[in-house]
Design a protein around this ligand. Structure first.
Ligand code: OOG
Ligand code: MG
Length: 260
């Protein structure tokens, strides 16, 4: 089947702009597959660039058991974070700008050298990583009830919506990247917790997987200086207007923001 990838990308961009969820692409087109999903994602990136936005970071998704179980899908995926999604630490997100946002805690990597698949390992990526830092990702599916199949969520740029980075960069060589303990509180109550090893054993493995997936689809290497979100350590937690979120990343400081 031949799909109109541009029209499907517009459908999702409009849902984001109108803040109105839409039905899954696979509801209308049951044959829509994962490579079709990435083809829509590619058009969605073009639309965002035409609107004047730029890619700010890469993101991996569904890299932990907690997330795969929560979303009922079983394979890591990738997408892009755009510049307009960036929110400062201790800043705020506006509920009215979003549909049904959820928050999740992650580790981000900043590359000191290019990385390239196929066959690159987590250890090799760590050697080429300049810094790591904590990040809270706010995901906001453009699909009704936050429900989708893998091809749908890939088309929807893996629910990318907002990001709040920590203030400090850390040298990955001084750090046990797989032993960062995260505790996320909402209005003072524990909302989710976990350890960074939940992400494929080590978040570096997720960054390596990204390079390998990109190589597999002919997208080439990931350049020095690129930022990679390696995927949620914990389940994602639904946000409400008025919520105050704080997350402690053992040894890496704290991130907080408010939902206005
Ligand atoms: C898809 C995005 C998943 C992660 O870190 O696992 C993701 C979703 O759950 O809506 O960003
Ligand atoms: Mg995420």
């Amino acid at each position: 089947m031949v799909f109109n990838y541009r029209a499907l990308a517009e459908y999702l961009v409009e849902a984001e702009e109108r803040k109105q969820p839409v039905s899954c692409i696979t509801d209308n087109y049951p044959n829509f597959n994962l490579s079709n999903g990435y083809a829509v994602q590619k058009e969605l990136v073009k639309i965002k660039e035409e609107l004047g936005y730029n890619i700010f970071a890469y993101k991996m998704g569904l890299t932990s058991q907690a997330k795969m179980k929560q979303m009922n899908v079983n394979e890591p995926i990738y997408g892009y974070v755009f510049d307009y999604m960036n929110v400062p630490n201790q800043g705020q997100i506006i509920k009215e700008e979003l549909i049904h946002p959820k928050v999740e805690a992650e580790i981000a990597f900043i590359l000191g050298e290019d990385i390239e698949g196929p066959g690159i390992t987590g250890e090799q990526v760590l050697k080429k990583t300049k810094s790591i830092l904590p990040v809270l990702e706010i995901i906001d599916s453009r699909y009704e009830n936050f429900k989708f199949t893998l091809p749908d969520v890939v088309a929807d740029n893996t629910s990318a919506s907002r990001v709040v980075f920590g203030d400090k960069l850390f040298n990955p060589h001084d750090f046990e990247v797989d032993a960062v303990e995260v505790k996320m509180k909402i209005n003072g109550d524990l909302a989710a917790d976990g350890v960074s090893s939940a992400v494929l054993g080590n978040p570096a493995v997720s960054a390596a997987m990204l390079a390998n997936m990109m190589a597999g689809s002919g997208k080439g290497k990931i350049r020095k200086g690129s930022i990679i979100l390696t995927g949620a350590i914990t389940e994602a937690v639904l946000l409400h207007k008025g919520d105050h979120i704080t997350a402690k990343f053992g040894g890496m400081g704290e991130i907080s923001f408010q939902v206005k």
